[in-house]
Design a protein around this ligand. Structure first.
Ligand SMILES: [Zn+2]
Length: 444
């Protein structure tokens, strides 16, 4: 059986979250965990496997020749649903392969997020075991079962390791990828390695008011007051500034950028204000790099068209820039709306993550593994905009990186959580090499 066939088989198990309740059907997740044992016999002989809830924690014992803390390779085996199955070019759980040679593609839910990385990790470890390799330090595989449903699997694994006094020297989870064309004029592929991630908070604005008939409305109805607050908020965006990670990213990219852009990026000491201003105007993506963002995602008022709202609410989904905080975000919102009669409540808050090293041996280990897969790629630190399971590990490790070792086009990246999720077969096979290099560096 070839690696790709094992990948296909695991993609065909629809590990979609079955929903809440004691009678929820977890059989797909159970089948997935069981099939891993058959497909990766060496892994399951040499590593201890421990279920943490429905998540899986593996430990590959090191030979004890170094006192450096263990490596944790993270991934999750649940996938988001493939809601609109009929619009997929190939069925989402068929793992269809098309094309030939270097152009072969594998189609299906989870190819990128996150079975591609998960199965590549297992292939790397199985291959190393076949060669008789033993790591010099412990290597843990942390496979979550509920990342896509805001579950606690990875959190429980981190808590388990913490309770055992384990301080990993390196944690690697999903995140950035190898990309081209994100910066104008930069032709070299950029390996975007997440060294931190933004914080997140829902800020809920609420106005309560005595109800009444819509034929005799007050001067300032609750809904109008919420609308005014939203308009004021939208007019007062969070301040833009370059954080240390974005600075490092821009200087790294600047070395490969042509013309005036290259000059500006290589001289951030004097051009930072200008560059910041340009980034706030360039694209939605570059704007999100330099500030906390807010999206007003939900509005609610009255349940009937002819009844005044007794409660009007707006939910502001804030992604908090590193260097800022949940408290600062809340304060900005409160000050911007300038209306003491509106309640401002914070829900589901999580602070921005600490910054993992962007130089030094651990960063170099990741960068070297990137070069083993894509010699021409430029390893570049960046701040991940979305929230990942990796943030639960920042409490037990100083070096938490978010990266998947695949070169992805903009079109492929757009299939994440969408229809026609797919990945190049050759790209996936090369990615296995990355995880091998992390565990067993070939150079030096
Ligand atoms: Zn994911």
């Amino acid at each position: 059986v070839q690696p790709v066939e094992r990948f296909q088989e695991l993609l065909r198990i629809p590990t979609v979250h079955p929903g809440p309740g004691d009678d929820a059907d977890w059989s797909a997740h159970e089948r997935f965990a069981a099939r891993l044992e058959d497909l990766y016999p060496r892994v399951h002989r040499a590593l201890d496997r421990e279920p943490i809830g429905r998540s899986l924690l593996y430990r590959w014992p090191g030979d004890g020749s170094t006192s450096t803390g263990p490596i944790v390779l993270m991934a999750h085996f649940d996938v988001v649903p493939a809601a609109d199955e009929a619009s997929w070019t190939y069925p989402p759980f068929a793992a269809t392969i098309t094309g030939s040679g270097e152009d072969r593609l594998i189609w299906g839910r989870g190819t990128l997020d996150d079975k591609g990385p998960l199965v590549a990790i297992l292939e790397a470890v199985e291959g190393l075991l076949e060669e008789g390799f033993q790591p010099d330090r412990d290597v843990y595989l942390s496979f979550g079962h509920d990342e896509e449903s805001y579950g606690t699997g990875a959190q429980q694994i981190a808590a388990t390791l913490e309770a055992r006094g384990i301080r990993p020297s390196l944690v690697l989870d999903e995140g950035g990828a190898i990309v081209r064309g994100v910066f104008p004029g930069v032709t070299a592929p950029i390996a975007a390695v997440g060294v931190s991630e933004k914080g997140i908070a829902d800020v809920v604005l609420t106005v309560a008011q005595a109800g009444g008939h819509a034929s005799t409305p007050p001067k300032l109805a609750a809904t109008v007051r919420i609308a005014r607050a939203v308009a004021r908020l939208n007019a007062r965006q969070f301040p833009a500034r370059l954080n240390p990670v974005t600075r490092a990213m821009l200087s790294t990219v600047g070395a490969h950028a042509p013309g005036a852009l290259g000059v500006a990026l290589r001289n951030l000491r004097s051009t930072a204000p200008l560059v910041t201003r340009v980034l706030t105007r360039l694209t939605d993506e570059t704007r999100a790099m330099v500030r906390s963002t807010m999206a007003i995602t939900q509005l609610s008022g009255s349940a009937a068209s002819n009844v005044l709202a007794e409660r009007a609410t707006a939910t502001v989904n804030v992604r908090i820039a590193i260097g800022s905080s949940v408290a600062e975000a809340r304060e900005h919102v409160r000050a911007a709306i300038g209306d003491a009669g509106i309640e401002v409540r914070v829900e589901h808050a999580s602070e921005p993550s600490p910054i993992s090293p962007m130089t030094g041996p651990t960063w170099q280990r990741v960068a070297a593994a990137v070069r083993a897969v894509a010699p021409e790629a430029v390893p570049t630190p960046y701040v991940m905009m979305a929230a990942s399971d990796a943030r639960h590990f920042t409490g037990i490790s100083d070096a938490v990186y978010r990266f998947m070792p695949f070169e992805l086009s903009a079109e492929e990246r757009a299939t994440l959580h969408a229809i026609d999720e797919r990945l190049g077969v050759a790209t996936w096979l090369r990615g296995i090499r990355f995880y091998r290099e992390i565990v067993a560096p070939s150079a030096g």
